[in-house]
Design a protein around this ligand. Structure first.
Ligand code: PHE
Ligand code: NA
Length: 499
């Protein structure tokens, strides 16, 4: 059967950008930049983008384009050309995607609830109490003591799954591409509208000043560089099967270099918009409460569901700006969720040769049931723990293994030749140098530091048994299953494209 294809180049780029732009651009990047030298952070960040982000994106686009398969098929085929069995690496990445998919959707569900609350600001004055107690109903729980099922959280999650599964079920063109063409322009417009209004508020510019004021002393700090590299891999969704799956639907004639540059630049540009939006709000909030901005800066879940609602309480036209913010969060999240699910679905289609519709129903059905674990009293704790281990250990390990294989066991010069053949402008020898030396060294450093730190200190205050079971244990099981499936299988290997 003919592999599905994107309808247009814009469609592909919007889908790839839709995957890359996610919650991380809105609630992770601004804080990282602020914490790590403000304006001076842009130097390591740009360096990481050029030396790791763009090369990695070019490499993954070339893999999908050339071998026309999801990650397991791509690595199986690649392995075949160098006499190694590598399918397991693809499955490891697919499992990472699958795990992320089941908790990511919970956050989208919360954002949907808050979209509704924001119309009337029903979160009241104490937004902290409201989020943790009234909404999540978090009590004396732990990641393994989840408490009761929470119907009011499961409901929006169900809606999020419905949208994702509809997009993936409908196919590359009619589902994913069409959804991206609506969602991405909408997201940009919403964020620009928000910025346009918020920037005029008193204090907003001071907020931006905090974000962008360069602290050049930080540039010599290795931590800042490792933060920049860590953020680049996460923000671009590379290294866990997503971009490989998306690029496997590229038509024969596709400008790989150009597409990769566009995807990376649009994502990183959007991060700066995210930073402006968040810090303008925080600056205004600090001014209204006459607090220093350092007291209101937060990131992650606390930023989106505690600080921002409190800021919205203070905003003019809160019933418009509030829903705009949460709708932006929902759209950014959904377009990423669609891509993670597609990474899994496309791998299943390759492997068991069932139709897309069946594979989509199977994956979404299983994912849905699993994700209900997060609509419980302790769902947040489970999410937090699993997310830490997946991001800091599994994801970086997978990126590093992929880089080492590509850089040291495979001839990267072939990748360069391949992409240049497909593209209007050529990339130089720097591609090889970045992928072979710079990126793996940086990644290995970050991973090593994370491993030591996690082994010594664990994560948070969670019970050690929970960390062994849901952190290390989960990763071990994923690795074991990946190796098992990869070794017992014999994937039907496709014809590769000749340059
Ligand atoms: N790139 C996304 C972001 O910046 C992260 C992500 C994408 C996570 C897809 C999971 C799945 O938020
Ligand atoms: Na991103």
């Amino acid at each position: 059967m003919q592999r599905e294809q994107w309808n247009s180049r814009t469609g592909f780029i919007l889908a790839a950008v839709g995957s890359a732009i996610g919650l991380g651009n809105i609630w992770r990047f601004p804080y990282m930049a602020y914490e790590n030298g403000g304006g001076a952070f842009f130097i390591p960040y740009l360096f990481a983008m050029l030396s790791a982000g763009i090369p990695f994106m070019i490499m993954e686009f070339s893999l999908g384009h050339k071998y026309r398969g999801a990650a397991p098929k791509v690595f199986a085929k690649l392995g075949q050309s160098i006499g190694l069995r590598l399918e397991w690496l693809g499955w490891f990445q697919v499992f990472i995607a699958a795990v992320i998919a089941v908790y990511y959707v919970a956050i989208i569900g919360w954002a949907m609830s808050y979209l509704v609350f924001s119309v009337t600001q029903s979160w009241g004055a104490d937004t902290n109490e409201f989020f943790f107690k009234s909404y999540l109903q978090l009590g004396d729980n732990s990641p393994t003591k989840l408490g009761d099922f929470q119907f009011h959280i499961a409901l929006p999650m169900t809606l999020a799954w419905a949208i994702t599964s509809l997009a993936v079920y409908s196919g590359v063109k009619a589902g994913i591409e069409r959804a991206s063409k609506i969602m991405m322009p909408l997201l940009f417009i919403m964020v620009l509208l928000l910025i346009g209004r918020i920037i005029m508020l008193p204090g907003a510019l001071e907020g931006l000043d905090y974000l962008f004021r360069p602290d050049f002393s930080k540039i010599l700090d290795a931590k800042v560089w490792s933060a920049a590299y860590g953020q680049i891999f996460f923000t671009l969704s590379v290294g866990f099967a997503i971009m490989i799956a998306y690029s496997s639907y590229l038509p024969e004639k596709s400008d790989i270099n150009n597409n990769a540059f566009m995807t990376v630049l649009i994502n990183c540009g959007f991060s700066i918009l995210g930073g402006i939006m968040i810090f303008a709000v925080l600056g205004y909030m600090a001014a209204e409460q006459s607090k220093p901005i350092t007291e209101v800066v937060t990131s992650g879940v606390g930023l989106a569901f505690v600080t921002i609602p409190a800021a919205i309480n203070l905003l003019p036209i809160p019933y418009i700006l509030g829903p705009l913010f949460f709708l932006a969060l929902v759209v950014a999240g959904l377009s990423s969720h669609i891509s993670i699910i597609e990474a899994v679905v496309s791998a299943v289609i390759d492997k068991v040769n069932i139709s897309r519709k069946k594979a989509a129903l199977l994956v979404c059905g299983l994912g849905y049931v699993t994700s209900l674990a997060f609509s419980t009293n302790g769902g947040l704790l489970l999410l937090d723990l699993v997310d830490y281990f997946i991001n800091n250990v599994a994801l970086l390990t997978s990126c590093l293994i992929e880089l080492l294989i590509m850089g040291w066991l495979f001839k990267l010069a072939n990748v360069r030749e391949y992409v240049n053949h497909c593209s209007e402008f050529n990339v130089g020898q720097w591609l090889v140098i970045c992928l072979r030396f710079i990126s793996p060294v940086m990644l290995a450093g970050i991973l090593f530091k994370n491993l030591i730190n996690t082994i010594q200190n664990g994560y948070g205050d969670y019970p050690v048994a929970d960390q062994l079971f849901l952190g290390w244990g989960l990763i071990a099981v994923m690795l074991f299953c990946a190796i098992f499936i990869g070794l017992v299988s014999n994937l039907h290997l496709p014809e590769e494209r000749k340059p």
